[in-house]
Design a protein around this ligand. Structure first.
Ligand SMILES: *Cc1c(COP(=O)(O)O)cnc(C)c1O
Length: 356
């Protein structure tokens, strides 16, 4: 038997599922998980779907000490006709390899892993919730497992996929959020790891978020780490502005995470004939546009919220209210179109969804 044949070991009894109106993000996990191992010289081996359970690691495993790890986040949606749809999953698997490359982690076979993912979801298909707005969150990740405190890439890894049913991000309706422009802390710098989904980027952002939360803000808007001038992202979302009828988003520069919702938003807008400009934009420039009455909308994009409208921006002494703290027309159109395609309500004219 080849090392690449998928083994499946099912749980003897299924877990109890949470009610779909009581799903808390990241709290519930399905019956099974996918796991495979890597060894230098041997490659990835022993792919298996097994009951969801803790993994045992040596205390010297390199993940604990130097954070050599990458992750992804995507969702499976249940359509009205009971189909299970994935939204551009190949992009997530390409991106985990891009992240891995930055962290000196070996690549996975994207096509093969997509097949493993589909099989895992099929086995746990009863866990894909059907209430509007709910979905099954998918978290693929890689960890360095070699027990060794040397400062060098691990020679062994585990790749895993876990699944978590999640509730509607907008259970209380879409409410534009208040954002603090972060002037003290930095998320990422050019040449660093900002473009990779790797653990350290997120734990190092907690401090800024903690302070912002205490001050009454929902999220922070990150500026570039060198000059603290150029807009990069908002929380862990990409950011868009509608200015004078055109849409502007920061251009990818090596410290911004290349979001798949960002890409889809750009592609949708262009197909609607709305100009989108990827360029550097300073916070000063943005506030100037607001003064001139040209800043029409602002919103974040990401898998979790899809589109998250920004109602107010606070930059030191300066505060601006955007679109009367109402969800903009464009944000609403994008939200409806993206979620429509994701859940199979709208025809997928772009070929973005894959059925499990
Ligand atoms: C994941 C992520 C995004 C959004 O990416 P999507 O593919 O759209 O979910 C944006 N910024 C950061 C920092 C992220 O980690």
């Amino acid at each position: 038997m080849s090392d690449h044949t998928l083994t499946v070991v099912k749980r003897s009894s299924k877990k109890e599922k949470p009610a779909s109106d009581q799903l808390v993000f990241g709290k519930h996990y399905t019956d099974h998980m996918f796991i495979m191992d890597y060894e230098e010289g041997k490659g990835w081996y022993d792919p298996r779907i097994v009951p969801y359970e803790p993994v045992t690691l040596d205390p010297a495993a390199m993940i604990f000490h130097y954070g050599q790890t990458v992750f992804e986040g995507l969702k499976a949606y249940r359509s009205k006709e009971n189909r299970i749809l994935l939204f551009r999953p190949e992009k997530n698997l390409q991106r985990i390899n891009t992240s891995s490359e930055r962290l000196s982690i070996p690549r996975i076979d994207e096509e093969q892993v997509l097949e493993y993912l589909k099989q895992l979801i099929e086995i746990d298909q009863d866990w894909v919730p059907s209430t509007p707005g709910t979905s099954l969150y998918i978290r693929p990740f890689v960890i360095a497992t070699e027990p060794n405190l040397s400062l060098a890439p691990s020679k062994t890894y585990k790749f895993m996929i876990i699944l978590s049913p999640v509730g509607s991000y907008y259970a209380e309706g879409i409410n534009p959020v208040t954002i603090k422009v972060e002037e003290k802390y930095t998320r990422a710098v050019r040449g660093g790891t900002g473009a990779a989904k790797t653990a350290g980027n997120y734990s190092s952002a907690y401090k800024a978020q903690e302070v912002a939360t205490k001050e009454g803000f929902s999220q922070v808007l990150w500026l570039d780490g060198v000059e603290k001038k150029y807009i990069e992202e908002v929380g862990s979302m990409n950011v868009f502005f509608k200015i004078n009828g055109e849409v502007v988003t920061p251009q990818l520069n090596g410290s911004i995470l290349e979001g798949i919702t960002r890409l889809s938003t750009i592609e949708l807008l262009r197909s609607w004939g709305i100009p989108v400009i990827e360029r550097q934009i300073t916070i000063e420039e943005l506030f100037q546009y607001h003064k001139e009455g040209a800043l029409e909308e602002a919103f974040g994009t990401g898998t979790a919220a899809v589109i998250s409208p920004i109602g107010e921006l606070s930059w030191g002494e300066h505060q601006v209210v955007i679109n009367h703290r109402q969800t903009g027309e464009l944000a609403k159109q994008l939200y409806d179109k993206l979620t429509g395609i994701q859940t199979g309500v709208e025809a997928d004219e772009y070929g973005w969804t894959i059925e499990v």
